[in-house]
Design a protein around this ligand. Structure first.
Ligand SMILES: *[C@@H]1O[C@H](CO)[C@@H](O)[C@H](O)[C@H]1NC(C)=O
Ligand SMILES: *[C@@H]1O[C@H](CO)[C@@H](O)[C@H](O)[C@H]1NC(C)=O
Ligand SMILES: *[C@@H]1O[C@H](CO)[C@@H](O)[C@H](O)[C@H]1NC(C)=O
Length: 455
């Protein structure tokens, strides 16, 4: 296993505003910053008609919008990435543009016009491909299709060959948006799930990672520098072993009722079933397990993987009997306004990776105390598009943080669930950047409406 970092190369637009249709909102697209002489990051400006097969795609989702590229492969089909179409309701296709905001023409189509690969898995970026059906376009010198390779019995790997990539994306890691007048950072999301090695399934109960206990010399804890939990310390913590069509991954979750577990949407997304591990301290030794299929969970309808919006899912489970080692955690009581919890100390737990150097999830349940910080501080580390008011962040001093495998797991304060582990820095879990959680108080009504559970 390697560190699981996903760099989505789409660009979300600032705030929840829509990308204006065809309007030249970014008049400075053509200006380059002094240190940057090209595009794509050290690329070259294209001349008119150089890439007639390139389209720009302005996607609109329920709570945000983002920009991607695509390729015309036929006069009514555009090929793009599944992580671009995922979570969008419509797209405006920009044809024949060299200056991004000056296309020859545009077409807007809704999500019913695209075919996203049915086995796209955001956690592992499997099958990251979508087809968009468009109105028929007339080809010209500036709008034309690109050939796709002929179907054959075997294909070149193309290794060592030189290919050309084109697009209007960020021009450097330090530039702030497609255009400089919008304040955007590179959109990098590190989801804190952990995928299992290769396409194999996570063995049920069997200890998959025999080296879980080996610790690199400089690291002496878990969760990244956390502590070992003792038996029954976190009875609300469950382990979740998800199975997708082509891979499997590990997440955490919280018991909020004897028939409901709360976790992250990026954990349930793309999975067909999950085995829930109850009452475990050693990950592979639960008191019991239940396996349920995707029809038993409710993933937030407006979850957007690109911006990690609404990263929350409910899993309906068979009724479990509570004990010292298996019990629920309280939700905050529904109220008209909620504490921000800033400055308070909360506890995160999970079997996630215990250091940036580790290769598997931990054997023993880990926990760490973390202090809630202002969202404005957290926005500086990520950006305001990702860190909305529905996110809660903690500081990670001395490399103590949540890490891969902790996703979906609890952030608890005084016996109440206030966060669901969601994302962290792409630079690693130990670099001192804040860790981010879905803010539970923002979803109490959603939880109540979908499960009947509330306090
Ligand atoms: C809720 O709002 C009221 C009025 O603005 C304020 O007095 C109170 O402190 C708030 N409560 C919390 C928990 O923030
Ligand atoms: C913690 O919860 C208990 C009871 O649930 C309450 O009495 C106490 O005031 C809470 N402490 C804080 C710091 O919120
Ligand atoms: C679970 O939720 C249901 C519906 O709100 C409620 O009737 C039941 O008492 C809850 N059970 C527990 C153990 O909280």
């Amino acid at each position: 296993m390697k560190v699981f970092v996903v760099l989505a190369l789409a660009l979300a637009s600032v705030s929840a505003g829509l990308v204006p249709q065809a309007l030249p909102v970014r008049p400075r697209d053509r200006t380059s910053t002094p240190s940057i002489t090209g595009r794509i990051t050290n690329g070259k400006n294209a001349v008119a008609d150089q890439f007639p097969y390139q389209v720009g795609l302005s996607f609109i989702g329920a709570e945000g919008s983002w920009w991607c590229g695509g390729s015309i492969i036929d006069n009514s089909w555009v090929l793009t990435a599944a992580h671009c179409t995922s979570g969008a309701s419509s797209v405006t296709v920009y044809y024949g543009a060299t200056v991004r905001t000056s296309p020859k023409f545009t077409h807007t189509v809704s999500s019913s016009n695209w075919i996203q690969h049915a086995s796209y898995v955001s956690v592992t970026l499997r099958n990251d491909i979508s087809l968009i059906k468009t109105p028929s376009v007339t080809f010209s010198s500036s709008v034309n299709k690109i050939a796709i390779p002929a179907i054959a019995s075997s294909y070149s790997t193309y290794a060592g060959q030189v290919a050309v990539a084109s697009g209007w994306g960020l021009t450097s890691d330090t530039s702030t948006s497609v255009a400089r007048d919008l304040h955007m950072k590179v959109l990098i999301v590190l989801v804190l799930a952990i995928a299992s090695a290769s396409a194999g399934l996570l063995p049920q109960i069997a200890p998959l990672h025999p080296r879980d206990r080996t610790v690199v010399p400089s690291i002496n804890g878990r969760i990244t520098n956390g502590k070992d939990a003792v038996a029954d310390q976190f009875p609300y913590q469950v382990g979740l072993s998800f199975i997708g069509t082509e891979s499997s991954w590990w997440c955490g979750g919280s018991i909020i009722n004897n028939t409901w577990v709360l976790t992250a949407a990026h954990c349930t997304k793309g999975a067909s079933s999950v085995t829930i591990y109850y009452g475990a301290t050693v990950r592979t030794k639960p008191q019991f397990t239940h396996t349920v299929s995707s029809s038993d969970w409710i993933q937030h309808a407006n979850y957007v993987s690109l911006t990690v919006r609404n990263d929350i899912s409910l899993i309906k489970t068979p009724s479990v009997t509570f004990s010292a080692s298996v019990n629920k955690i309280s939700l905050p009581a529904i109220a008209t306004n909620y504490s921000t919890y800033v400055g308070q100390t909360a506890v995160a737990s999970g079997w996630g990776r215990i250091s940036d150097c580790e290769t598997g999830v931990a054997k023993d349940l880990q926990y760490t105390k973390l202090t809630v910080i202002e969202n404005s501080v957290c926005q500086k580390a990520f950006n305001s598009l990702i860190v909305t008011s529905k996110v809660i962040c903690v500081a990670t001093p001395k490399g103590t943080s949540t890490c891969q495998g902790d996703s979906g797991g609890p952030l608890a304060l005084n016996g109440t669930l206030i966060g669901i582990t969601s994302f962290g820095s792409p630079d690693g879990c130990q670099v001192g950047e804040p860790a981010a959680f879905t803010r539970v108080t923002s979803y109490l009504d959603w939880i109540k409406a979908n499960s009947g559970v509330f306090a």
